[in-house]
Design a protein around this ligand. Structure first.
Ligand code: CLR
Length: 409
């Protein structure tokens, strides 16, 4: 029945919420949703999902050649998907509606290396909400000692189809791998399309669809996503094909095909060479696995205060939303909604003041650019559309974040 998973008192407001999304397309964040579906976490925290396996991220730097590195990048990408797309179901019972970040909202964090392997280095995270209308989040994830940097931005375009919310992810990420004796290698990562199912019952969950790419370093990786009812009948299935970029393969026919589920296990179903594969192979129960989620623990990010004293400034997400998040966690929705209105009114006032003064909000870490040359160059490998995309360029020399620098040393 409709709203089976919804608390009885909120069923009415759940069906009106469903009606409003069915007749609406654009920015979902602006729709009022019933309390049971609210998450206390802001979207500025989501980029942390890229690095909940800092060891698998760091291992990219240790790959001995282009082919091994292409597989190492794919492995890291696949290992992030469970956190990105199923973790709210695990921690909160279903997918939820995240807090809609304010312009200039910040999140800083880090992952220290494990005591057993200090050489893995520290990974740091810097996130800034660079636009409110539409919501756009930019981030930089970096392991300086390994020479790895991931920069990217995210926005979403939502529509409604056959009872599901379809989310087209706008934006892309670029992974830069610096090497001591040769030029850096760059990979363009595109993002999968999402379908949010289970809405009718009030227990939404994400399924991935279509194809996303990892392009660069002499290779092209296409990752095709399927859900329940498609080829294997299982949820969360993918098939990844790694081949040399056009004109890069030479005479040797290199091809790796990996199949499985991104929230559990995947294995090589075809592999042309032994040595590259050996670099990422996991063995368990006599099987040659590409990746087994159960075999690696996830490490959640440690949030850092970014104002240099270890405390947080008022725009840091966990400070900004503290009262709202507490209200949502404790079921005190009156306080949550009052505090949320207070933040939103303050934002409206700031925008009015800026308009009156003829100024705009100064971003702290990024500058918007109309087109990204890295995207343009790598998108050509598979003739992606659009042929170019905008980008947010990280400003190394702008207000340094002392706490992040400390973490890096
Ligand atoms: C943000 C970027 C991350 C991956 C990711 C995971 C979940 C997505 C989120 C992104 C964007 C916002 C999102 C969310 C799931 C639900 C939520 C689409 C793409 C929407 C706005 C809320 C819908 C409300 C229903 C749950 C009722 O790397």
């Amino acid at each position: 029945a409709v709203g089976e998973a919804v608390p009885a008192a909120q069923r009415g407001s759940w069906s009106s919420f469903l009606k409003s999304i069915a007749s609406f397309s654009g920015d979902l964040s602006s729709l009022t949703a019933p309390p049971f579906i609210l998450s206390p976490v802001s979207l500025t925290e989501f980029p942390a999902y890229w690095c909940e396996h800092p060891d698998i991220f760091a291992a990219i730097a240790d790959a001995p050649d282009d082919e091994s590195r292409a597989l190492a990048v794919l492995k890291w990408f696949i290992c992030t998907l469970k956190g990105q797309y199923t973790s709210r179901n695990e921690s909160m019972g279903s997918e939820k509606k995240p807090l809609n970040p304010v312009l200039g909202e910040l999140f800083y964090g880090h992952w220290p290396p494990p005591a057993s392997n200090p050489k893995q280095g520290t990974t740091t995270l810097l996130v800034e909400q660079v636009s409110h209308h539409p919501p756009i989040t930019a981030y930089v994830i970096e392991n300086k000692s390994k020479g790895l940097r991931l920069t990217g931005h995210n926005a979403q375009k939502t529509s409604f189809s056959a009872g599901s919310i379809i989310v087209k992810q706008i934006g892309h990420a670029v992974l830069t791998v610096s090497r001591p004796s040769s030029s850096p290698v760059q990979y363009l990562l595109t993002l999968p399309k999402l379908r949010i199912d289970g809405l009718w019952y009030g227990s939404p969950y994400i399924e991935l669809a279509e194809t996303s790419y990892i392009l660069g370093g002499g290779f092209v990786t296409a990752i095709e996503y399927k859900g329940k009812g498609y080829f294997s009948g299982k949820s969360h299935t993918f098939k990844a094909t790694v081949t040399p970029a056009p004109g890069m393969g030479g005479a040797a026919k290199v091809e790796h095909v990996v199949e499985g589920t991104w929230h559990e296990r995947s294995k090589f179903v075809k592999s042309s060479g032994g040595s590259a594969k050996a670099h990422v192979l996991q063995r368990a129960n006599g099987e040659e696995l590409f990746h087994d989620v159960a075999a690696d623990g996830k490490l959640e990010v440690t949030a850092l205060g970014g104002d240099g004293t270890g405390g947080m400034s008022e725009f840091e997400t966990r400070k900004l939303w503290a009262a709202v998040a507490k209200g949502i966690r404790e079921g005190d929705f009156e306080t949550a909604s009052r505090e949320k209105s207070r933040i939103e009114n303050d934002q409206r006032q700031r925008r009015r003041d800026e308009a009156a003064a003829g100024s705009t909000w100064p971003l702290k870490h990024f500058v918007p650019e109309e087109s990204d040359p890295v995207y343009e160059r790598l998108a050509r490998l598979v003739k992606l559309t659009p042929p170019t995309e905008d980008f947010y360029v990280f400003q190394e020399n702008w207000p340094a974040v002392p706490v992040l620098q400390q973490a890096q040393n």
